[in-house]
Design a protein around this ligand. Structure first.
Ligand code: C5P
Length: 336
C-alpha cells in the first residue's frame, strides 16, 4: 500500500538518478542508431514512436496504481474515476507541459537525425541553465555564487564542444553537413527551453498538490497522447493512411519506445523525490558514457581535443553546481 515515507528517501533519490543515467544513455544511443541504420524498406515514423511511448507510459502508470492498491480492481477503478475521469480540470492543467513535451520529444528526433550522439548530449546540457532560470522564476529557488559560476563554466564548455572541427570532404559535402548540423543544434536549443519550462511546471504541480505522481503522469500522458496523435497525423498522415502507424517498426524501434516510456516514469520519480535541477546532474555522466560507447562501437564520432576540453568543463561545472548547493545549504555565500 502507498505508505507515506517517514524518513526522506535519500537512497531512492540517488537510485532513481543512477537509473536515469543508464536510461538516458541507452535511449540516446539506440535512438541515434535506429535513425541512421541502413535498412531495406521504409524507416519507422518518429512521430509514431512518440505516440507509442505515450501509450505505454499510461498503461504502466495504471499498472503502478493497481500495484499500490494491492491489486484491487475496485480500488483501481475508484482512483481512476475519482482522480481522472471526475477531474477534467486537473487533466487540463497538465495539458500545458504535456503539449510542450510532445513538441520536445519530436524535436529530439530531428536533433538526433542531424547530430552525432555525443554532440547532441553535450549541447543539450544547456537545459541546466534553462531549468535553473525557470526554477527561480516559477518556484522561487535561489542560486548561490558558485552555482552562477558553474553556469558560466557550463556555457564555455558547450561552446568548445560545438567549435567547428576542420571538416574533411568536398565543399558540397561540408555545406550539406554543416547545414544539417545547424538544424540539429537549433532543434536542441528549442528543446532546452521546453525541457526547462515543462519540467519545472510539472514539479510545481506535483509539489503543490496531493495527487500521486502516477495519477499526475496519467493526466500528463493523456493529453500527451492527443498532442502526439495530432503531430503524427499532421506530419506523417499520408504514410500512416497508406500503411499503418507501425510502418517500419522492428525490434530496435520497440526498444527505443520502451526506453522512452521507462524514462518518463524515472523522470517523474526523480522530480518527486529530488527536483529538476538535481535531475540535470544525471546528464553529464550520461555524456561520458555515450562518448565512450559512441567512439568505441558506433564510430560516428571523431572527438577533437576541444571536444575533450569542453566535456571536462561541462563535467566540472556540474560538480561545482553540486558544491554550491551544499555550500548554500550550510549557509555560506549570499544567494541572488
Ligand atoms: O530532457 P528532459 O529531461 O526534459 O526530458 C523529459 C522527458 O521525460 C520527456 O520525454 C517527457 O515526455 C518525459 N516526461 C514524462 N513524464 C514526466 C516528466 C517528463 O514522460 N512526468
Amino acid at each position: 500500500s502507498p505508505s507515506p515515507a517517514v524518513t526522506p528517501p535519500t537512497k531512492l533519490k540517488y537510485i532513481s538518478l543512477g537509473v536515469l543515467v543508464l536510461q538516458n544513455t541507452s535511449l540516446v544511443l539506440t535512438m541515434r542508431y535506429s535513425r541512421t541504420l541502413k535498412e531495406d524498406g521504409p524507416r519507422y515514423l518518429a512521430s509514431s514512436a512518440v505516440v507509442s511511448a505515450e501509450m505505454l507510459k499510461i498503461v504502466a502508470c495504471i499498472f503502478l496504481i493497481f500495484r499500490d492498491h494491492t491489486f484491487s480492481w475496485r480500488a483501481l477503478n475508484h482512483v481512476l474515476r475519482e482522480e481522472i475521469v471526475n477531474k477534467p480540470k486537473e487533466t487540463l492543467k497538465l495539458a500545458i507541459p504535456s503539449g510542450i513535451y510532445t513538441f520536445q520529444n519530436n524535436l529530439l528526433y530531428v536533433a538526433l537525425s542531424n547530430l552525432d550522439a555525443a554532440t547532441y548530449q553535450v549541447t543539450y546540457q544547456l537545459k541546466i541553465l534553462t531549468t535553473a532560470l525557470f526554477s527561480m522564476s516559477m518556484l522561487g529557488k535561489r542560486l548561490g555564487i558558485y552555482q552562477w559560476l558553474s553556469l558560466l563554466v557550463l556555457m564555455a564548455g558547450i561552446a568548445l564542444v560545438q567549435w567547428p572541427a576542420e571538416a574533411p570532404g568536398t565543399p558540397e559535402q561540408t555545406e550539406a553537413s554543416s547545414s544539417s548540423q545547424l538544424v540539429g543544434v537549433l532543434a536542441v536549443l528549442a528543446a532546452c527551453c521546453s525541457s526547462g519550462f515543462a519540467g519545472v511546471y510539472f514539479e510545481k504541480i506535483l509539489k503543490e498538490t496531493t495527487q500521486s505522481v502516477w495519477v499526475r503522469n496519467i493526466q500528463l500522458g493523456l493529453s500527451g497522447l492527443i498532442f502526439g496523435l495530432v503531430v503524427m497525423f499532421v506530419h506523417d498522415g499520408e504514410a500512416v493512411r497508406e500503411s499503418s502507424m507501425f510502418r517500419g517498426y522492428n525490434r530496435l524501434t520497440w526498444t527505443v519506445v520502451l526506453l522512452q516510456a521507462f524514462g518518463g516514469l524515472v523522470i517523474a520519480t526523480v522530480i518527486k523525490y529530488a527536483d529538476n535541477i538535481l535531475k540535470s546532474f544525471a546528464a553529464p555522466f550520461s555524456i561520458i558514457l555515450s562518448c565512450i560507447i559512441s567512439y568505441l562501437w558506433l564510430a560516428d564520432f571523431d572527438p577533437t581535443s576541444l571536444f575533450f576540453l569542453g566535456t571536462v568543463l561541462v563535467i566540472a561545472a556540474t560538480v561545482l553546481y553540486g558544491y554550491g548547493e551544499r555550500a548554500k545549504a550550510a549557509g555560506s555565500p549570499q544567494s541572488v
